[in-house]
Design a protein around this ligand. Structure first.
Ligand SMILES: C[S@@+](CC[C@H](N)C(=O)[O-])C[C@H]1O[C@@H](n2cnc3c(N)ncnc32)[C@H](O)[C@@H]1O
Length: 304
Protein backbone atom coordinates (compact mmCIF):
# COMPACT_ATOMS: atom_id res chain seq x y z
CA UNK A 1 0.00 0.00 0.00
CA UNK A 2 1.33 3.47 -0.89
CA UNK A 3 1.73 6.29 1.62
CA UNK A 4 -1.17 8.72 1.86
CA UNK A 5 0.07 11.58 -0.30
CA UNK A 6 -1.29 14.10 2.25
CA UNK A 7 1.30 12.88 4.77
CA UNK A 8 4.29 13.27 2.45
CA UNK A 9 6.53 16.27 3.10
CA UNK A 10 4.49 17.34 6.11
CA UNK A 11 5.26 18.11 9.72
CA UNK A 12 2.41 16.44 11.58
CA UNK A 13 1.30 17.76 14.97
CA UNK A 14 0.40 14.76 17.10
CA UNK A 15 1.44 11.68 19.02
CA UNK A 16 3.64 9.52 16.81
CA UNK A 17 2.05 6.31 18.09
CA UNK A 18 -1.29 7.46 16.67
CA UNK A 19 0.15 8.67 13.36
CA UNK A 20 2.29 5.54 12.88
CA UNK A 21 -0.90 3.44 12.64
CA UNK A 22 -1.69 5.19 9.33
CA UNK A 23 1.70 4.52 7.73
CA UNK A 24 1.61 1.48 5.45
CA UNK A 25 3.99 -1.49 5.81
CA UNK A 26 7.44 -1.09 4.27
CA UNK A 27 6.59 2.33 2.78
CA UNK A 28 9.55 4.21 4.31
CA UNK A 29 13.22 4.05 3.22
CA UNK A 30 14.64 5.06 6.60
CA UNK A 31 13.42 5.99 10.05
CA UNK A 32 15.89 8.58 11.35
CA UNK A 33 15.05 9.86 14.80
CA UNK A 34 16.24 11.46 17.99
CA UNK A 35 13.82 10.15 20.61
CA UNK A 36 13.19 11.63 24.05
CA UNK A 37 15.80 10.50 26.55
CA UNK A 38 13.11 9.55 29.06
CA UNK A 39 14.98 11.10 31.99
CA UNK A 40 12.65 14.02 32.75
CA UNK A 41 14.87 16.61 31.07
CA UNK A 42 11.77 18.69 30.22
CA UNK A 43 8.00 18.36 29.93
CA UNK A 44 8.38 16.61 26.56
CA UNK A 45 11.04 14.18 27.77
CA UNK A 46 8.67 11.34 28.61
CA UNK A 47 9.31 7.59 28.67
CA UNK A 48 8.62 5.96 25.31
CA UNK A 49 7.12 2.50 24.84
CA UNK A 50 10.31 1.27 23.15
CA UNK A 51 9.10 -2.30 22.33
CA UNK A 52 5.98 -0.98 20.56
CA UNK A 53 7.96 1.74 18.81
CA UNK A 54 10.59 -0.70 17.51
CA UNK A 55 7.88 -3.06 16.20
CA UNK A 56 6.36 -0.15 14.29
CA UNK A 57 9.76 0.84 12.86
CA UNK A 58 10.29 -2.74 11.66
CA UNK A 59 6.83 -2.75 10.07
CA UNK A 60 7.07 0.59 8.19
CA UNK A 61 10.74 0.73 7.16
CA UNK A 62 12.06 -1.26 4.23
CA UNK A 63 15.61 0.06 4.58
CA UNK A 64 17.23 1.52 7.68
CA UNK A 65 16.64 2.70 11.24
CA UNK A 66 18.93 5.29 12.89
CA UNK A 67 18.46 6.60 16.40
CA UNK A 68 20.34 8.97 18.68
CA UNK A 69 20.87 8.27 22.34
CA UNK A 70 23.00 8.29 25.41
CA UNK A 71 23.75 5.76 28.07
CA UNK A 72 22.11 4.24 30.02
CA UNK A 73 18.74 4.46 28.15
CA UNK A 74 20.52 3.69 24.86
CA UNK A 75 20.83 0.08 25.97
CA UNK A 76 17.03 -0.31 26.01
CA UNK A 77 16.72 0.94 22.44
CA UNK A 78 19.51 -1.38 21.27
CA UNK A 79 18.00 -4.35 23.15
CA UNK A 80 14.65 -3.88 21.43
CA UNK A 81 16.24 -3.56 17.99
CA UNK A 82 18.07 -6.83 18.68
CA UNK A 83 14.90 -8.50 20.02
CA UNK A 84 13.16 -7.58 16.77
CA UNK A 85 16.07 -9.24 14.91
CA UNK A 86 16.99 -6.06 13.05
CA UNK A 87 20.41 -6.21 11.46
CA UNK A 88 23.01 -4.13 13.36
CA UNK A 89 25.08 -1.92 11.02
CA UNK A 90 27.06 0.78 12.86
CA UNK A 91 27.60 2.68 16.08
CA UNK A 92 28.66 6.29 15.47
CA UNK A 93 30.19 8.42 18.16
CA UNK A 94 29.27 12.08 17.74
CA UNK A 95 31.99 14.12 19.43
CA UNK A 96 30.20 17.37 20.15
CA UNK A 97 33.23 19.60 20.74
CA UNK A 98 31.33 20.94 23.76
CA UNK A 99 30.62 19.36 27.11
CA UNK A 100 27.72 18.92 29.50
CA UNK A 101 29.14 19.23 33.01
CA UNK A 102 28.52 16.30 35.32
CA UNK A 103 29.53 15.49 38.90
CA UNK A 104 31.53 12.53 37.60
CA UNK A 105 32.86 12.91 34.03
CA UNK A 106 31.71 15.80 31.86
CA UNK A 107 29.96 14.53 28.77
CA UNK A 108 31.28 15.31 25.32
CA UNK A 109 29.76 12.72 23.00
CA UNK A 110 26.49 11.11 21.95
CA UNK A 111 25.75 7.92 20.06
CA UNK A 112 23.91 7.21 16.85
CA UNK A 113 23.12 3.57 16.17
CA UNK A 114 22.21 2.26 12.72
CA UNK A 115 20.23 -0.89 11.95
CA UNK A 116 18.94 -2.36 8.73
CA UNK A 117 15.23 -3.19 8.80
CA UNK A 118 15.05 -5.16 5.57
CA UNK A 119 17.18 -6.69 2.88
CA UNK A 120 19.17 -3.52 2.09
CA UNK A 121 22.38 -3.55 4.12
CA UNK A 122 24.66 -1.44 1.94
CA UNK A 123 24.55 2.31 2.58
CA UNK A 124 23.49 4.51 -0.33
CA UNK A 125 26.54 6.73 0.35
CA UNK A 126 29.55 6.33 2.61
CA UNK A 127 31.97 8.88 1.21
CA UNK A 128 32.16 12.62 1.05
CA UNK A 129 34.01 15.68 2.18
CA UNK A 130 36.19 15.08 5.22
CA UNK A 131 34.64 16.77 8.26
CA UNK A 132 35.21 14.22 10.98
CA UNK A 133 37.48 14.16 13.98
CA UNK A 134 41.07 14.53 12.89
CA UNK A 135 42.41 11.06 13.55
CA UNK A 136 46.10 10.84 12.69
CA UNK A 137 46.72 8.53 9.79
CA UNK A 138 43.09 8.25 8.75
CA UNK A 139 42.92 11.19 6.37
CA UNK A 140 43.57 14.88 5.94
CA UNK A 141 45.14 16.15 9.12
CA UNK A 142 45.68 19.84 9.64
CA UNK A 143 46.66 19.64 13.29
CA UNK A 144 50.21 18.47 12.65
CA UNK A 145 53.00 20.89 11.69
CA UNK A 146 53.15 19.06 8.36
CA UNK A 147 49.43 19.64 7.87
CA UNK A 148 49.68 23.35 8.62
CA UNK A 149 52.65 23.62 6.28
CA UNK A 150 50.62 22.01 3.49
CA UNK A 151 47.65 24.27 4.21
CA UNK A 152 49.84 27.36 3.84
CA UNK A 153 51.27 26.02 0.56
CA UNK A 154 47.72 25.40 -0.74
CA UNK A 155 46.72 28.91 0.21
CA UNK A 156 49.78 30.30 -1.60
CA UNK A 157 48.78 28.39 -4.76
CA UNK A 158 45.32 29.87 -4.50
CA UNK A 159 46.66 33.41 -4.05
CA UNK A 160 49.20 33.20 -6.88
CA UNK A 161 47.14 31.24 -9.44
CA UNK A 162 43.59 32.06 -8.37
CA UNK A 163 42.86 28.32 -8.52
CA UNK A 164 42.10 25.89 -5.73
CA UNK A 165 44.68 23.16 -5.37
CA UNK A 166 42.18 20.45 -6.37
CA UNK A 167 41.78 22.11 -9.76
CA UNK A 168 45.44 21.52 -10.50
CA UNK A 169 44.83 17.80 -10.73
CA UNK A 170 47.16 14.93 -10.01
CA UNK A 171 49.46 16.75 -7.56
CA UNK A 172 46.55 17.21 -5.22
CA UNK A 173 45.81 13.50 -5.16
CA UNK A 174 49.46 12.64 -4.57
CA UNK A 175 49.69 15.12 -1.76
CA UNK A 176 46.86 13.54 0.19
CA UNK A 177 47.83 9.97 -0.55
CA UNK A 178 50.65 10.11 1.92
CA UNK A 179 48.96 8.02 4.58
CA UNK A 180 47.49 5.53 2.16
CA UNK A 181 49.58 2.39 1.91
CA UNK A 182 47.17 0.60 -0.40
CA UNK A 183 46.78 3.23 -3.10
CA UNK A 184 43.53 4.87 -4.11
CA UNK A 185 41.80 8.03 -3.20
CA UNK A 186 42.28 9.74 0.15
CA UNK A 187 41.68 13.33 -0.73
CA UNK A 188 39.84 15.40 1.90
CA UNK A 189 37.05 15.94 -0.57
CA UNK A 190 36.37 12.26 -1.08
CA UNK A 191 36.87 10.19 2.06
CA UNK A 192 35.29 7.10 3.43
CA UNK A 193 33.46 8.39 6.52
CA UNK A 194 34.74 7.15 9.87
CA UNK A 195 32.40 6.20 12.71
CA UNK A 196 33.59 9.20 14.76
CA UNK A 197 31.76 12.37 13.72
CA UNK A 198 32.56 15.84 14.86
CA UNK A 199 29.98 18.53 14.27
CA UNK A 200 29.20 21.52 16.45
CA UNK A 201 25.82 21.43 18.21
CA UNK A 202 23.48 23.95 16.57
CA UNK A 203 23.51 26.33 19.54
CA UNK A 204 27.20 26.99 18.84
CA UNK A 205 26.79 27.08 15.13
CA UNK A 206 27.30 30.28 13.23
CA UNK A 207 24.60 29.15 10.79
CA UNK A 208 21.78 29.34 13.33
CA UNK A 209 22.27 31.49 16.37
CA UNK A 210 19.77 30.96 19.19
CA UNK A 211 18.20 27.85 20.54
CA UNK A 212 15.50 26.18 18.43
CA UNK A 213 15.19 23.13 20.65
CA UNK A 214 17.19 22.31 23.81
CA UNK A 215 18.40 19.08 22.20
CA UNK A 216 18.38 20.18 18.54
CA UNK A 217 20.80 18.29 16.32
CA UNK A 218 23.22 19.75 13.74
CA UNK A 219 21.85 19.88 10.22
CA UNK A 220 25.15 18.37 8.95
CA UNK A 221 24.57 15.16 10.91
CA UNK A 222 21.01 14.77 9.67
CA UNK A 223 22.10 15.42 6.09
CA UNK A 224 24.82 12.82 6.28
CA UNK A 225 22.42 10.24 7.72
CA UNK A 226 19.80 11.01 5.07
CA UNK A 227 22.34 10.62 2.26
CA UNK A 228 23.74 7.42 3.71
CA UNK A 229 20.42 5.74 4.38
CA UNK A 230 18.10 6.74 1.55
CA UNK A 231 18.22 6.85 -2.24
CA UNK A 232 17.53 10.08 -4.09
CA UNK A 233 13.79 10.75 -3.98
CA UNK A 234 13.43 8.29 -1.07
CA UNK A 235 11.30 8.84 2.05
CA UNK A 236 12.41 9.46 5.64
CA UNK A 237 10.22 9.18 8.73
CA UNK A 238 11.12 11.06 11.93
CA UNK A 239 8.48 10.34 14.58
CA UNK A 240 10.15 12.60 17.22
CA UNK A 241 11.14 15.51 15.03
CA UNK A 242 11.44 18.37 17.57
CA UNK A 243 12.40 21.52 15.67
CA UNK A 244 12.36 19.67 12.33
CA UNK A 245 16.09 19.26 11.61
CA UNK A 246 15.43 15.99 9.76
CA UNK A 247 12.80 17.64 7.56
CA UNK A 248 15.16 20.50 6.66
CA UNK A 249 17.89 17.98 5.74
CA UNK A 250 15.46 16.01 3.55
CA UNK A 251 14.21 19.14 1.83
CA UNK A 252 17.76 20.22 0.99
CA UNK A 253 18.67 16.78 -0.34
CA UNK A 254 15.58 16.06 -2.42
CA UNK A 255 14.13 13.39 -0.14
CA UNK A 256 10.53 13.11 1.04
CA UNK A 257 9.81 13.27 4.74
CA UNK A 258 7.09 12.56 7.25
CA UNK A 259 7.90 14.28 10.53
CA UNK A 260 5.83 14.09 13.71
CA UNK A 261 6.03 16.31 16.78
CA UNK A 262 3.78 16.29 19.83
CA UNK A 263 4.58 19.70 21.34
CA UNK A 264 2.93 22.65 19.59
CA UNK A 265 5.90 24.95 20.33
CA UNK A 266 8.35 22.72 18.45
CA UNK A 267 5.84 21.82 15.76
CA UNK A 268 5.53 25.57 14.99
CA UNK A 269 9.32 25.99 14.87
CA UNK A 270 9.63 23.00 12.53
CA UNK A 271 6.95 24.43 10.22
CA UNK A 272 8.74 27.80 10.18
CA UNK A 273 12.10 26.22 9.40
CA UNK A 274 10.74 24.19 6.54
CA UNK A 275 9.25 27.27 4.91
CA UNK A 276 12.54 29.18 5.18
CA UNK A 277 15.09 29.42 2.37
CA UNK A 278 17.75 26.71 2.44
CA UNK A 279 20.03 26.49 5.51
CA UNK A 280 23.76 26.25 4.91
CA UNK A 281 25.94 23.71 6.70
CA UNK A 282 29.04 24.69 8.72
CA UNK A 283 31.28 23.43 5.92
CA UNK A 284 29.42 25.37 3.26
CA UNK A 285 29.65 28.50 5.39
CA UNK A 286 33.37 27.98 5.94
CA UNK A 287 33.89 27.59 2.19
CA UNK A 288 31.95 30.77 1.61
CA UNK A 289 34.06 32.63 4.13
CA UNK A 290 37.18 31.49 2.29
CA UNK A 291 35.93 32.95 -0.98
CA UNK A 292 37.97 35.96 -1.96
CA UNK A 293 36.07 39.23 -2.16
CA UNK A 294 35.94 40.58 -5.69
CA UNK A 295 38.07 43.69 -6.04
CA UNK A 296 37.35 46.15 -8.78
CA UNK A 297 40.22 48.18 -10.13
CA UNK A 298 39.07 51.76 -9.88
CA UNK A 299 40.02 54.13 -12.61
CA UNK A 300 40.20 57.85 -12.16
CA UNK A 301 36.87 58.17 -13.98
CA UNK A 302 35.11 56.01 -11.36
CA UNK A 303 35.85 58.53 -8.63
CA UNK A 304 32.97 60.93 -8.31
C1 LIG B 1 15.17 14.86 21.47
S1 LIG B 1 13.89 15.80 20.85
C2 LIG B 1 14.19 15.90 19.09
C3 LIG B 1 15.03 17.09 18.69
C4 LIG B 1 15.27 17.16 17.18
N1 LIG B 1 16.18 16.14 16.74
C5 LIG B 1 15.76 18.52 16.72
O1 LIG B 1 16.82 18.62 16.05
O2 LIG B 1 15.11 19.52 17.02
C6 LIG B 1 12.53 14.70 20.94
C7 LIG B 1 11.18 15.32 20.59
O3 LIG B 1 10.18 14.28 20.60
C8 LIG B 1 8.95 14.85 20.97
N2 LIG B 1 8.05 13.76 21.42
C9 LIG B 1 8.09 13.08 22.59
N3 LIG B 1 7.15 12.12 22.62
C10 LIG B 1 6.50 12.21 21.42
C11 LIG B 1 5.44 11.46 20.83
N4 LIG B 1 4.85 10.46 21.47
N5 LIG B 1 5.04 11.79 19.58
C12 LIG B 1 5.64 12.82 18.91
N6 LIG B 1 6.64 13.56 19.42
C13 LIG B 1 7.07 13.25 20.66
C14 LIG B 1 9.33 15.85 22.06
O4 LIG B 1 8.36 16.86 22.21
C15 LIG B 1 10.69 16.38 21.55
O5 LIG B 1 10.53 17.61 20.87
Amino acid sequence: MAINIIMLNQIIHGDCFEVLKDIPDKSIDAVITDPPYGIGLAKWDTVVDIPLFTKEVKRVSSGFYAFFGQMPTMVNWINEANNEKLHYCEHISWVKRSITPSSRLSRGHESIVLYSTGDVKKFHANRGIYEDVKLPGIAFDTITIEGIDRYIKDLWVKITTGQSKECIGITYQKEFNRFNKWGGDRSPRDCNFTNVWSFLPPTQSSSKPGIEHPTGKPIEIMKRLVEMLTPEGGTVLDPFCGSGTTAVACKELGRNYICIEKEKEYFDIACDRISQPREYSETELETMELKQPEFKQLSLFDVA
